[in-house]
Ligand binder design. Sequence first.
Ligand SMILES: [Zn+2]
Length: 410
Amino acid sequence: MSPEIFLWIFIALVLFEYFFSTILDYVNDKNWKDEIPEILKDFYDNKNYTKARDYKIERGKISFVSTTISGLITLCFLWFEGFGILSNYIVDDYSSPFIQTAIFFLVLFIFNTIISLPFSYYSTFYIEEKFGFNKTTLKIFIMDKIKGILLSMLIGGVLLWAAMYLLSVFNEDFWIWLWIGLSAFMIFINMFYAELIVPIFNKLTPLKDGSLREKIEKYSKKVGYSLKNIYVIDGSKRSTKANAFFSGLGPKKTIALYDTLIEKHGEEELVAVLAHEVGHYKRKHIFSSMIFTIIELGIMCFLFEMCMNQTIIAEALGSNQMYFHLGLIGFSFLYSPVGLITGIMSNMRSRKNEFEADDYARSTYDGFSLELALKKLSVDSLSNLYPHPLFVFVHYSHPPLLQRLEALGK
Ligand SMILES: [Zn+2]
C-alpha cells in the first residue's frame, strides 16, 4: 500500500464523521413536533414550548458552524501535510523524543483552544444568556478556561510522559503495559474525582442538617446505603440548570446534588433523584461501566501499537519517519469509526441503566416524585421532547423524557 491510500482513508473518515453527524442533526431537527405531549400539558405553556424549540435551533446553528470549521481545518491539515510539517520542524530543533512530542501536542492544543474559544464564549454569553440559563461571569469564564488548560496540560503531560516511558522500556507489546497504566489511572480519577477534580471548579459542602437530610437518612437506612458523602455543589455560579451526579467506588462513593436542584424541587422529589443515583450504585452500573471502559482502553492501546508500527501512516501525514505523536494522530483518525461504535454501545448500556435506576427509585422510594422531578427538570432545561430515534440511538446517554415517564408510569 502507498501512503496516498492512507491519506485518502484519513480524509474519507473525516468526511464520513462530518456528514454522519450533520445528517443526524438534520433529521433530529425535522423531528420536532409543535404539539405539547398530553403528559406535560400542565408543565409547558405554548410560550415556553416555543422557547424550547428556539433554544434547540440556536444551539444547532452554532454547533453546525463549529463542526464545519473544525472539519475543514482538519482536512487542510491532512491535505497540506500540516502534521508532518509541524513534526519535522520540531524534530529538527529538539532531540529528546518526549520534548518533541510534548511540543507537538502543545502547539496543536493551543491552536485548538484558540479556535474553540469564540464558540465557547458565544454559547455561554449569547445563547445561554438569551434563554436565561447563564450565571457565569466573565471572571469565572476566564478562570475556568485557565484552570481547564492547566489541568489538561498537567494530566496530558503526565500521561504522555508515562506512555513514552513504557514504549522506551518495553517496545514490543508495550500496549499491554500502557493498558494497565491507563486503566489504573482511570480508576484513580474515578475514585478521587469528587476530592481532586471537582474542588478545582466548584465548592462541595456536606448536606446540612434539616428535614431534607432526615428524609435522606431515613431512606438510606432503609436501602442500606452509607450516607457519609452527600454533598451540595454550587452549580448556580455558572448556570441555572440543575443536576446531580454520582462518583467514586467503595468508601469513596459520593453523591452531589446541585444547589439549583435543591432550590427548585420539593424534598420528596430530591429524595427520589437521590434514590435514582443510589440505584446506579446498587445495580452495579458504576462498576460495570468501569469494566467496559477498561475493555475499550485495551482495544485502543492494541490498535495504537499497531499504528506505531506502520511507518506508512507517518508518511501519509507528511513525515518519512514514525514518531510517537504521529502514531497517535494516525491512531486518532483510524480509531474514529471504532469509537463511534463503542460510543453507541456505551450509550445503549447507559440508557438501559437509566431505566434500571428509575425503576430502583420507584420500587424503593416513590415513582411519582421522580416523575415530577424529571418533568420539572426537562421544562427547566428546555429539553427536546421529540428527539429522532436515530439521534437517540447514537448520541443519547439518557432515554428521552417521554420514554422514561412511560416506563415509570407502567
Ligand atoms: Zn441516572
